[in-house]
Write a new protein. Structure first.
Length: 94
């Protein structure tokens, strides 16, 4: 399973958002072996627009990610930085 999250950030929160999201990205990559991909990317043309693409071994791996202490610690700061609601979509591998 995978998800794609599009995040539009308040201009005044960009630096904080990038730092916290980068930390979550690094922790996810380093401590969750069944998180197969966790990419954090910035749009080239749309200001303050980012995407997180993540792919997991299975639903249990996704749940492990969601239940991790780092997720609980960092996601509230990420959500507070958003200028609009996160566009979060889930996908299945084919």
């Amino acid at each position: 399973m995978a998800f794609i999250a599009k995040l539009v950030v308040k201009p005044e929160k960009v630096a904080e958002f990038e730092a916290v999201q980068k930390k979550l990205t690094d922790i996810s990559r380093d401590t969750e072996p069944d998180t197969l991909v966790y990419d954090f990317i910035k749009h080239r043309e749309q200001a303050n627009t980012y995407v997180v693409y993540s792919r997991f071994k299975d639903e249990a791996a996704f749940q492990t990610h969601m239940d991790s202490p780092s997720h609980d610690d960092l996601v509230p700061t990420i959500l507070e930085a958003l200028a609009e609601e996160m566009d979060l979509q889930f996908y299945d591998l084919v």
